[in-house]
Design a protein around this ligand. Structure first.
Ligand code: ADP
Length: 150
């Protein structure tokens, strides 16, 4: 029997991701599931522009990135009026696709709900690169939300 107790919804704070967040929040209500909002601060911002090897960022920068992610998620919860859903929030640092898959595994998510596109804006491709990586490697079913589909 299918049991959906935890829904993970990653966001890059794009409008497309906001649609997936809204959809996931409604699903979480219907299933009585916990809603987990995840933002990954991409580790590409930690590398020097022309460096062959990424340079480890000072701890203060990592803390600032994490804090910015937390603030962004708090704003999102308020902007989308999600307080009643009591969403759990997670911020990770690293490669977005890999970290979303790892979070789905670590949190034992029963479903990942992800927008097909994000800030990259290449709407002509079927799936953005992060969405594709999550669909390919997530340990649980993945629901993709296309702009205009909900
Ligand atoms: P695009 O290339 O159009 O930006 P992506 O595959 O990067 O497409 O983004 C699709 C979705 O993946 C986003 O709407 C968002 O839900 C999720 N995503 C992308 N980057 C991140 C990130 N850094 N943290 C959390 N979720 C992300």
């Amino acid at each position: 029997m299918v049991s959906i107790r935890r829904i993970l919804v990653p966001t890059d704070f794009s409008d497309c991701a906001a649609l997936a967040v809204r959809y996931a929040a409604e699903l979480a209500d219907k299933f009585g599931a916990e809603l987990v909002l995840l933002h990954v601060a991409p580790d590409s911002v930690l590398a020097l522009p022309d460096a062959v090897m990424p340079t480890p960022a000072p701890m203060a920068d990592l803390d600032a990135l994490t804090e910015a992610g937390r603030t962004g998620l708090a704003h999102l919860i308020s902007a989308l009026k999600l307080e009643a859903h009591k969403p759990r929030t997670e911020v990770r640092l690293g490669s977005p696709g890999q970290e979303i898959v790892a979070a789905a595994r670590d949190l034992r998510a029963d479903l990942v709900c992800i927008a097909t596109h994000g800030r990259g804006g290449l709407a002509r491709v079927l799936l953005g690169s992060v969405a594709e990586e999550v669909v390919r490697h997530a340990p649980c079913p993945v629901l993709t939300v296309r702009p205009g589909a909900c």
